[in-house]
Unconditional design. Structure first.
Lengths: 383, 383
């Protein structure tokens, strides 16, 4: 096992009918910015319930945080915060709203040029506004981690700071019932790939970490299709919500190698072609594993055996079956897994490679030997 | 899945050669009380390293915290803290030292009569001194939770408060290499039973929780005998240390029923006969499962299948085999599993029942139907 630090102070408030407890967690005299996305939280009444629960507190609203939240949108919220001396942020939404709100929390008290926070990370911040979240889309794990991904100019930038952990996150699975099927499917895949990025690497005797990762993957496989087909099945949805949180709160990645090449290449596909984040992962993962079978041999074999119960046949064929079952799982959720399905053609690969190069992504993966030439193979294999 | 809150702000510092980082976590101007147990931390040089790492800070020592730490011992440390205006506590040891130090942290600033904290719990405290831990014995999970068990008069009292979470815990598996085999075995069983108390109950669709619990149990089974036979095998010991922490930090018990009757009855056996805590659990658990097969049927079956890979035979025989394999595992670690092995005879059962009654333990388990009459059956079955 590798040495590690694990620290996660977010208070999770999980279950049915927990929105009313906002009053417990938001300071009584707070001036609160409630941030949200495209308006579904208005449409389905979540915003009204949030406001009712905040009672007499002074509330400001900032809607319109888009998927893959943009710096230029968020900076407008920063202005609202500064102008009104807002001192608590409440994100109501999915990963993009939570990520965007984390950036607002860091940028609002920052005295330098806010775009510096994107370019040089959040390491230079000394403080951030306190924030909480109400989760309406299970996927990114942002509700219980210290990261956010912000779109700036032509790239997506992951930023991290202990100062942007949410103070609390309310996870009421019933708030996610109204999500479109496609978004739920994207979320399932996002949580699945978060898990394998920290698990399908090389073995270091992280037995707890491996088994916890396998437990998340098995659970997502069991409940994925079920929760899409029956959105109001509480237990299926609750298991998805909790697994999505646990997949990226630092626990399963503590003390083991981490990959993240699927996400890094995927970010370019989102930035260039507007493909949903979850879908970019479903496209890339099978191809990455096909190309990286040798480096990931031991863990792919373990994955095939423990997650998919594949024990017959030689090692290579077990690994291949594990990969094809993974693709089959994504497709079973209604997600296409080839670049061609999204109108990305072979002649565009050069541009993707150039974008990766421009963003400094020349040596990816847990072994740092996934070069741009290997990226090309992966993209060709994902056609 | 049941509704739950999960909150755990302890910063874990895990791995080889981490003691030097104490300087990072203890405030530079702190007056520190270093608390420890019977002196093995002196003998093996851990205390010297801790003091070196604390540098110029003003250090006080309090040794002699015994197993099942006693109120009357701890209250002496409280006096030392008050007299010297100590403002940071550092526990160096195992569960008893950590538990005792947590109590000192709560009692030192408490203005009422300290024994009230035992009788009415820690709910009335408004503040506690900050504390950190350096773990030398993997077992209780105290390094990453908000509880402590204190011996007072003729009973053992579990106390809880969010204010006594350690700020940080340093878990360097190599610091545990010098432990006697017997203590390691006790620790393995303690972690194992912490896990089953939160897992072998009744099913509520807590899939992540179940699988994480199963992962801990499987890991303890895999590394238990190995780490006793080869104390210097880093990976085996590291897996034990991390599993012991994860077994009782709130994670696997969040959103699922919890039992704790093994611990509650076991506390009486320790208080009355001085049997090591881990050994009381090894004695009681097989008998509790034998007596409670009906109430725990579904989870015992799942346990037999997923933890012990028992899939052949009818359900009752699978459960029986799971129970006997559990007993066999404890015995393989050198721990005897019958009351008679500890010179407790059938005529003493009346007194144990009386003690349980006196301490108000009339309705135990996740279903609150484990009465004193059932306790008697369990104790008879544990002979």
């Amino acid at each position: 096992m590798l040495n590690f630090d694990f620290y996660n102070p977010t208070h999770i408030v999980f279950g049915k009918d927990r929105l009313g407890e906002l009053d417990r967690f938001v300071p009584a005299n707070a001036k609160v910015l409630v941030s949200y996305g495209g308006g579904s939280v208005k449409k389905y009444g979540v915003l009204d319930k949030v406001k009712a629960s905040l009672g007499e507190r002074e509330i400001y609203e900032f809607g319109g945080i888009e998927p893959n939240p943009k710096y230029k949108t968020l900076i407008k919220a920063v202005e609202v915060v500064r102008k009104n001396q807002i001192n608590f942020l409440l994100a109501v939404g999915g990963g993009s709203v939570m990520d965007g709100t984390k950036f607002i929390a860091a940028a609002a008290p920052y005295e330098g040029e806010a775009s510096n926070l994107i370019k040089s990370g959040l390491t230079q911040i000394k403080t951030a506004l306190p924030l909480g979240t109400v989760v309406t889309l299970p996927a990114t794990g942002s509700e219980m981690n210290n990261g956010c991904v912000i779109s700036y100019e032509d790239g997506k930038f992951p930023l991290f700071s202990e100062l942007i952990f949410p103070r609390f996150s309310i996870l009421d699975p019933t708030l996610t019932y109204t999500l479109p099927q496609d978004q739920v499917a994207n979320g399932i895949i996002d949580a699945f790939i978060h898990t394998v990025e920290q698990y399908v690497t090389f073995p270091v005797e992280g037995r707890f970490q491996d088994r916890t990762a396998e437990g998340i993957l098995q659970t997502l496989i069991e409940v994925g299709k079920k929760t899409i087909d029956n959105p109001n099945d509480y237990d299926a949805r609750a298991n998805l919500v909790w697994c999505a949180t646990m997949a990226l709160n630092g626990l399963i990645g503590a003390g083991v190698p981490q990959d993240w090449s699927t996400h890094i290449i995927g970010h370019e596909l989102t930035a260039m072609f507007g493909i949903d984040h979850g879908k970019t992962l479903a496209i890339l993962q099978p191809s990455i594993w096909n190309v990286r079978k040798k480096q990931k041999h031991a863990k792919l074999l373990q994955y095939a055996e423990r997650v998919w119960n594949i024990t017959d046949g030689d090692e290579v064929s077990r690994i291949d079956l594990g990969i094809s079952k993974t693709r089959g799982f994504f497709e079973s959720l209604g997600i296409k897994t080839h670049l061609a399905d999204y109108n990305v053609t072979a002649d565009m690969i050069d541009d993707i490679i150039k974008a990766l190069e421009k963003h400094g992504k020349r040596a990816l993966s847990e072994t740092r030997d996934l070069t741009l030439a290997v990226c090309r193979q992966i993209l060709e294999g994902a056609m």
